[in-house]
Design a protein around this ligand. Sequence first.
Ligand SMILES: Cc1cc2nc3c(=O)[nH]c(=O)nc-3n(C[C@H](O)[C@H](O)[C@H](O)COP(=O)(O)OP(=O)(O)OC[C@H]3O[C@@H](n4cnc5c(N)ncnc54)[C@H](O)[C@@H]3O)c2cc1C
Length: 452
Amino acid sequence: MSKLHVIGGGLAGSEAAWQAAESGAAVILHEMRPVAGTAAHQTDALAELVCSNSFRSDDAANNAVGLLHEEMRRADSLIMRTADAHKLPAGGALAVDRHGFSAAVTRALEQHPHITIVREEITALPAADWGSVIIASGPLTSAPLGQAIAQATGAEHLAFFDAIAPIVHRESINFDIAWFQSRYDKEGPGGGVADYINLPMDEAQYKAFVTALLEGEKADFKEWEKSTPYFEACLPIEVMAARGLETLRFGPMKPVGLQDPRTQARPHAVVQLRQDNALGTLWNMVGFQTKLRHGEQARVFRMIPGLENAQFARLGGLHRNTFINSPRLLDSQLRLKSQPHLRFAGQMTGVEGYVESAAIGLLAGRFAAAEIAGGAEYPPPPTTALGALLSHITGGAVASLFQPMNVNFGLFPPLPGGGKNRGKDRKQLLSARALTDLDGWVAAGTRQSAAE
Ligand SMILES: Cc1cc2nc3c(=O)[nH]c(=O)nc-3n(C[C@H](O)[C@H](O)[C@H](O)COP(=O)(O)OP(=O)(O)OC[C@H]3O[C@@H](n4cnc5c(N)ncnc54)[C@H](O)[C@@H]3O)c2cc1C
């Protein structure tokens, strides 16, 4: 049987190698540390946690990342099993002893009879004669490999500051204030003339908002982040605000071409939200990339009329990252459409976070093993957290707006009956549906088909 090559032994690569090996595939895991380092990793251990030691909420009934934990446990995840074994007290969150955790992942992979670990940097994209490959080299992919990926995917460069704007759950927007309209009622590519959600401000509200932005506490750049370029076109909103009171009113908050249906007048300033996913459940705050601290973002952005009770699926930020435009480039099995022997996994695919990265590794490992064994491949249903995340990055997200994404309930297909169930009830129903569907997938899924 041909071998599976996994490039990068981080959160995604470790999980992918484990899943594929447990499915019977022979795996070669290529990890460049300690031969070459990254700006953030400190050790040569596999699955090193580069920053926080938290896997976030472990509440499977009410929180999407908690649900993802539970689904991964049921799918025999090495990362989750090891995290559980090295858990520290952290309230409702799953925090781990980082050294114990990564040492145990390293040991499990080293001792697996189907896995060989090679400590080397891969500097070019493997040719088709390597057979099946998973690229899981992460947000700090080494420069030569990053350049090779950029060339193959047509991107000018992959490492840059992400300009991440907050994303709001549509159901938390107050439509007594908000209205749908495109600027100048201009027809969009889909034929609609009301593609944006608009939130109006009068002069006093605008001045108070600009003051709050300027006074809000900002996150600092880390030393190594300072050397990465960032672009005038994606300046943080608070940097624009500091250039003068009117700068935002002539930039992302300009009111021209818009009329508030309640007053029949043009507001003093307008915040616009643009649809972010095919389901229409998530809306992106246009031009609102920011380095305000997360708590400050929620406080300041809830000053915007219509967002008083906003729930954020993702808060904004600017940080260095490496990721590809997965909705455009990958098929539903995480294969590069132009070179299907190459799969991608982890943060490179445009998911955000330790758990999400490992989750995509889990899927890539299973898909690759099933393919090598000549079996059929079944993606998890989109009603599960694993499936919702996969669907988002391989087609559900709007490709031209694609930015890294955490798992959240806005990615799930709505429950039958639409808006009847809200808040906590809705989350619990979505979670219960997800776990039932996940159990069905695990029972009939790729691991089984690989063995057939
Ligand atoms: C500075 C920073 C802080 C972050 N903090 C958090 C946080 O606190 N919480 C959170 O949930 N997420 C955080 N993230 C986001 C993300 O979840 C993590 O980066 C996560 O580790 C991504 O998993 P991964 O497997 O895709 O990449 P990684 O875990 O980074 O694994 C990639 C592996 O590939 C190796 N590699 C790179 N290039 C090559 C090559 N050419 N050949 C061979 N091996 C190679 C690397 O050495 C590394 O071991 C952070 C990201 C960064 C950059």
